[in-house]
Design a protein around this ligand. Structure first.
Ligand code: MIC
Ligand code: SF4
Length: 643
């Protein structure tokens, strides 16, 4: 029987394991990427492994998140990442060069290769046929050192696209439709593979919008075939040599199939505060809008901004709206400025930001209290924009631009503007903000400013684990709740002690103080605990606060891996009703913890209520070692000692 594309690429990279869904497989990683907000930790961990030069085909360190530089902290991080990259064989994409995912697609991605990135939107690379996966910084550090990356063999969902999009209906509307169908936890343990004749009508940047936001499904990754359109894109980037055709076999099978007719699709919107709260734009049309933000790794491409420029040309942004645009990369910004489109955007009254993440991660442009902010980003979690009372609505660039002019959410299909844009035959290629690694690495001095503090390391698991249920939270808690990341906190990504004062603060501002007074304890979570970002800070900070286990109804993939890497037990309720029985402040005990972890089922005793809960720890052999030894770094250290 034939193989689907996901199976083919995994098979090509298989180092260990059987490719049966759910079973652990180890794969070889060809490329890695990091960005600055997760990169400092990843490189501190890489340095701790004492490996001279990366062993991947290509590793790139981007600066795109921490851009405001209102103090020395961000600049220190940039300097550290720049020097550590230079020393260890890593390409360094300087601030101003653009958002990691956009630049990686343009300049580095290779169809058929594997990419591991310390950012949850790494699956953007699936737009050119890569198996591109988001992970915690430590997993990326291990991959840079040539280590195998382990995942559970995913199920493969086929999303079959038929027909063509109507004018003003965008790739963003396709992924919002997939989110409507599958929800934010519908992709956990799955790869989303796109097929069907509709694929041919989508350019690479449009495919990348879809694979990018597959992260919001909780999916391991998303992938498109590599075809003639991919070839043209790579050719226009001056990289035709890396192209190869990649298609699923005709007789392959999928675990499930969803069919979407592009002809019938309408503009969609994700309403606050979750990317799967989907409505059609017409359902919410007329809602007053205060701010519009166009950009991010989801919709920061040349194609996106050309369409926006065509809509804005000769028009004026509504007087009640602040329109902010952040192109995805220097390449995009250069091309828009040289062809005059940027002038049309500026003339309309838009505010121009540098190429970077910016408002998407709350680095500036926080909206006013209770504001409605229309954004082309991928996440609309409460408070992420920097204003807890604001509501973020996720839309396509077309809907965003039209609404910026009208001052209210507007269905763009009612507009009568020609937005035809042809993909350029040649992109403006100028890699002068990418610094190749040093040819004399021994001469490079790694510079660490005072903001860079050591990362916490766990201890070997004790036989009896005791503590208080310090906090009980609801379903779909994001890593933005666990470790918020606005303009005030992002500069401290390399300073875990400082971050610890804000852990889970959006759920309960007293949590950090309580955790410190009680010397740690347990977190009680609902479904899909830890969805969203890949930030391992959401595990390292709880580790610093003494959290021993998280008891949840279910976990998001990357966060679960980060907890295990930190030696914190991720325990899943076997009987979900037990969640209701635990209250904050209950005293919990795990007896014979080591033996129980090895067994796979852990009984947690609630001393306060005199109850027992059966929890599934669901670990592979390697993960069990990590929990027993107090995290992945301890396992690596032990292996180095005996090698
Ligand atoms: C995000 O979009 O949430 C981020 C910021 O890019 C994160 C990474 C981080 O927290 O540094 C992600 O998606 O992984
Ligand atoms: Fe940056 Fe936003 Fe993309 Fe995260 S989702 S990488 S913050 S642009």
């Amino acid at each position: 029987m034939g193989m689907n594309l996901t199976q083919k690429i995994i098979k090509d990279h298989l180092v260990e394991g059987e490719m049966t869904s759910g079973a652990e497989v180890g794969i070889r990683i060809d490329q890695t990427l990091t960005q600055d907000s997760t990169g400092t930790m990843a490189y501190l961990q890489f340095e701790a492994m004492e490996i001279d030069q990366v062993k991947t085909k290509k590793s790139v360190a981007y600066i795109d998140h921490n851009m405001l530089q209102q103090g020395f902290e961000n600049a220190d991080d940039h300097k550290y990442i720049g020097t550590v990259a230079n020393k260890h064989g890593i390409y360094f994409s300087k601030p101003g060069n653009g958002v990691c995912h956009q630049v990686h697609l343009e300049r580095f991605g290779v169809p058929g290769e594997t990419l591991l990135g310390s950012d949850s939107h790494t699956p953007t690379g699936g737009g050119i046929g890569m198996i591109a996966i988001g992970a915690g910084g430590l997993d990326v550090a291990v991959a840079m050192g040539g280590g195998t990356y382990y995942i559970n063999m995913p199920k493969v969902v086929n999303v079959k696209l038929t027909g063509n999009l109507n004018k003003f209906v965008a790739a963003k509307d396709i992924i919002l439709e997939v989110l409507r169908i599958l929800t934010v936890k519908g992709g956990v343990g799955k790869v989303i593979e796109y097929t069907g004749d509709g694929v041919k009508s989508l350019t690479v940047p449009e495919r990348a919008t879809i694979t990018n936001m597959g992260a919001e499904l909780g999916a391991t990754t998303s992938i498109f075939p590599s075809d003639e359109i991919t070839k043209e894109f790579l050719n226009a980037q001056g990289r035709a040599d890396v192209w190869r055709e990649l298609q699923p076999d005709v007789d392959c099978t999928y675990d499930s199939t969803i069919e979407i007719s592009l002809d019938n699709l309408k503009p969609m919107v994700a309403i606050p505060h979750s990317p799967d709260n989907i409505k059609s734009v017409t359902d919410v049309a007329g809602m007053k809008v205060d701010q519009v933000v166009i950009g991010s790794c989801t919709n920061g491409s040349f194609l996106d901004f050309m369409r926006v420029a065509k809509i804005l040309k000769g028009k004026t942004v509504h007087e009640n709206v602040s329109l902010v645009v952040a192109p995805g990369s220097k390449q995009v910004l250069t091309m828009l400025s040289s062809n005059g489109a940027l002038a049309d955007i500026v003339a309309s009254g838009a505010r121009i930001l540098e190429a970077g993440c910016g408002p998407c991660i709350g680095m500036g442009q926080a909206p006013a209290s209770n504001a409605v902010s229309l954004r082309t980003n991928n996440r609309n979690f409460k408070g992420r924009c920097g204003t807890a009372s604001a509501g973020v609505y996720l839309v396509s660039p077309e809907t965003a631009a039209v609404s910026a002019i009208e001052g209210v959410l507007t269905d763009p299909t009612l507009y009568n503007v020609d937005i035809t844009v042809n993909m350029p035959e040649e992109f403006d290629v100028n890699d002068n903000l990418i610094v190749p690694p040093s040819k004399n690495p021994s001469e490079v001095e790694v510079v660490k400013g005072p903001n860079i503090k050591p990362f916490p390391i766990n201890k070997v698991l004790t036989d009896i684990v005791t503590g208080t249920a310090l906090i009980k939270v609801e379903d779909n808690i994001t890593t933005d709740h666990i470790m918020p990341s606005d303009a005030k906190l992002l500069p401290f990504r390399s300073n875990i002690p400082h971050l610890s004062n804000f852990c889970l603060a959006p759920c309960d501002p007293d949590f950090p103080a309580r955790a410190k007074t009680r010397n740690g304890g347990f977190i009680i979570g609902g479904e899909n605990y830890g969805q969203g970002s890949s930030r391992e800070h959401a595990a390292l900070v709880p580790l610093y606060l003494g959290i021993k286990a998280v008891l949840a109804k279910s976990f998001a993939r990357i966060h679960k891996a980060n907890l295990i890497n930190s030696g914190i037990m991720p325990l899943t309720f076997i009987d979900k009703d037990d969640y209701d029985k635990i209250d904050e402040d209950d005293e919990l005990v795990i007896d014979n913890a080591k033996g129980q972890v090895e067994n796979g089922t852990v009984i947690v005793e609630n001393k306060t209520k005199n109850q027992f809960y059966s929890m599934d720890i669901g670990l592979t052999g390697k993960e069990t070692q990590m929990i027993l030894l107090g995290g992945k770094i301890n396992v690596i250290k032990l292996m180095n000692k005996y090698n």
